[in-house]
Write a protein that binds this ligand. Structure first.
Ligand code: OAD
Length: 242
């Protein structure tokens, strides 16, 4: 895949760059995406049974166990060249914001610093009543474990369907999208709102939109550069051009 030299030049001159990532960035780390027709999590599991507040109310153990399985999966995974390239890019740009829909913590483990986690983080646990983070709990066989402060059920610190995104994260992500010169949409199907609308907000505010994805998405038609391929291949090459 050829990358136009003018994109390297544009990034070299840009003081503000915002990146939105989705599950495709972690695909080469062996973390399954959601919407791949064969291997995607939502092809094998029903999100309504696993990723909604109603599912948790109905069967908290099932939901806890499913997230515990995913937590182990991401803990065993390692950041791939796409994560490392984004950490490298952050050091080259004066004002760099990484907005991620991923809950797998791999950006942080690769060394990225200015990260906005729109959908939370699967490695953290909160009380389902007051939403405060809980770091330790009694290992007394309860599944889900109980909050040591109030006895409420513990749950993963992720955003479920039907739940609002953390308002501060969303407003910071929107501000970063509306003030950047270049916006990269990487490895996301751009089908889930409000994350998907960040690319549109960036373009409306005058940013150059770069999409990195092997497939077309709803933002492809407004992208100024559509780099068709794997993030782990394209992002390191893009960094090398800056
Ligand atoms: P999806 O599974 O919807 O989309 C993954 C995207 O990555 C697709 O467009 C693929 O074409 C692309 N892709 C696959 N492999 C890639 C690679 N190696 N390099 C680059 N791109 C690749 O995942 P998301 O867009 O992240 O939300 O999904 C958004 C949200 O929907 C998730 O955060 C999750 C899910 O339901 C919640 O759980 C709240």
């Amino acid at each position: 895949m050829h990358i136009d030299e003018s994109l390297g030049e544009l990034l070299r001159q840009s003081k503000r760059v915002t990146v939105l990532t989705g599950a495709g960035v972690s695909a080469e780390s062996g973390v399954p995406t959601f919407r791949n027709a064969q291997t995607g999590l939502w092809a094998q599991y029903d999100p309504h049974q696993l990723a909604t507040p109603e599912a948790f109310e109905r069967d908290p153990k099932l939901v806890w166990d499913w997230y515990a399985w995913r937590r182990e999966l991401v803990a065993r995974a390692s950041p791939n060249p796409a994560h490392h390239a984004l950490a490298r890019l952050e050091k080259m740009v004066a004002h760099f914001t990484l907005v991620t829909q991923n809950v797998d913590d791999l950006h942080r483990r690769a060394g990225s610093e200015n990260i906005i986690e729109l959908h939370g983080n699967i490695l953290r646990t909160i009380c389902s009543r007051d939403r405060q983070e809980v770091r330790d709990w009694a290992d007394d066989g309860n599944m889900p474990p109980l909050c040591p402060r109030c006895g409420g059920l513990l749950r993963p610190a992720v955003v479920w369907f039907g739940e609002a995104l953390p308002p501060q994260a969303l407003s910071a992500a929107l501000a970063a999208s509306q003030t950047c010169e270049v916006f990269l949409s990487v490895g996301t199907s751009s089908l889930v709102e409000p994350a998907a609308s960040l690319s549109f907000a960036a373009v409306r505010s005058g940013a150059t939109l770069v999409e990195i994805n092997p497939d077309e998405t709803p933002v492809s038609r407004i992208a100024h550069f559509a780099l068709r391929g794997n993030a782990a291949d394209i992002l390191p090459r893009l960094c090398d051009m800056i």
